[in-house]
Design a protein around this ligand. Structure first.
Ligand code: AQP
Length: 351
């Protein structure tokens, strides 16, 4: 079975973008894949070092995974810091990757815009290197993420490729790895080339207040996002207040061009209903937002409230979540150590 890996940062309330871009896909991939889903707590300290309730944040992401329908017995759910091999491989990748690769990342530029180098942690620059390690320490091949992570996954491929080429002879001598072709070039590879799983009608959910900005945990306006902890009344208020234009919905997908807010709401409806945007417009084309928004509220509340309720129940007594994380951590550690033994061997460390 293909090996799927993905992670979510415990940096605040999960929102609809995290759900549609990531967690919903995690759930759908369980039947046909071997899945490892991680609460990436080491990533959470890159932008902001001190968190008042880090434990609670980690548990609530794990609770969201379980409440959304991930089966932690068949698959693995754990928190990143419980498996030190992630940080070990990230260090090695820090030596494989080039500073210029990291500085070119748009997320790094967005998060550091207007700041000087004294205000930015070294960890934030190296973030994609740790992300590459998260995935490759399991030699995972498929990574479900939102569209915003596409560039980081390309970097993961670059790191894997450079490691494979730089250590090509060592990999061959160690008798491990496989022959693959990358571009035109034959390579004896230890690390696989990962494939991002991005598609769907809402690969990048946009802010409800500005259809050109990504829905994000760090947006100052709570009205810009639907949190997984919002109750039905709050969801209704946020969707009713969502920015739109004055025109009716078009009946064809092409009619959404140049209408980012309309495009976003139709994409959200489609993703929540497991339909295409064309299906949604076949139903609502020609109708005003005053008719479409209440239907979107009903759908969002129907899909999200069972998850919210279950998350709340799981968070009442966290011993169950802690046991899942402990068990997942042990299983993940065993797999990651197998890779690290081989990596240390390839590099030539004495062990
Ligand atoms: N708006 C989005 N649309 C689709 N997918 C999204 N993701 C995040 N925002 C959207 C996806 O959610 C997964 C987990 O994200 P994360 O919490 O690890 O990191 P993030 O992308 O930094 O999340 P935020 O909410 O945008 O946080 P801030 O505000 O801190 O930057 C990833 O798969 C991501 O693609």
């Amino acid at each position: 079975k293909p090996l799927v890996f993905s992670g979510v940062q415990p940096t605040g309330n999960l929102h609809l973008g995290n759900y549609l871009g990531a967690i919903r896909k995690f759930v759908a991939l369980q039947d046909d894949n071997d899945c490892i889903y991680c609460v990436v707590d080491l990533h959470a300290i890159t932008a902001q070092l001190v968190h008042e309730d880090m434990r609670g944040q980690i548990r609530s992401i794990a609770a969201a995974f379980i409440a959304a329908g991930i089966d932690p017995k068949k698959h693995i759910v754990f928190n990143q810091s419980a498996v030190p091999q992630h940080a070990e491989l990230a260090w090695i990748f820090n030596c494989v990757a080039r500073i210029g690769w990291m500085e070119r990342m748009t997320q790094f530029k967005d998060k550091t815009g207007g700041k000087n180098a004294e205000q930015v942690s070294l960890g934030l620059l190296a973030y994609p290197s740790l992300m590459a390690a998260d995935i490759l320490v399991y030699r995972a091949t498929h990574v479900p993420v939102g569209d915003d992570q596409k560039q980081h996954l390309e970097l993961t491929r670059d790191i894997a490729q450079k490691f494979n080429i730089d250590f090509g002879n060592h990999i061959r001598k160690a008798g491990i790895g496989v022959d693959i072709v990358v571009g035109e070039e034959p390579v004896h590879a230890y690390f696989p080339m990962v494939e991002p799983l991005i598609g769907g009608p809402a690969p990048r959910v946009m802010s409800l207040r500005d259809g050109t900005k990504k829905m994000s945990k760090s947006d100052a306006s709570d009205l810009s996002r639907i949190n997984l902890t919002d109750d039905a009344e709050t969801i209704s208020k946020k969707i009713r207040k969502a920015k739109t234009d004055p025109d009716a919905l078009p009946s064809e997908v092409e009619g959404l061009k140049g209408r980012p807010e309309a495009d976003n709401l139709v994409g959200i409806y489609a993703a929540l209903a497991d339909k295409t945007k064309a299906d949604v417009l076949a139903e609502f084309g020609g109708q005003q937002f005053s008719a479409f928004k209440p239907a979107l509220v009903d759908l969002a509340v129907n899909v999200l409230s069972p998850i919210t309720d279950e998350m709340r129940r799981l968070m009442d007594d966290t011993s169950h979540i802690d046991a899942i994380l402990r068990d997942g951590g042990e299983r993940a550690r065993a797999r990651a150590e197998k890779t690290m033994k081989e990596v240390r061997d390839i590099i030539g460390f004495v062990q």
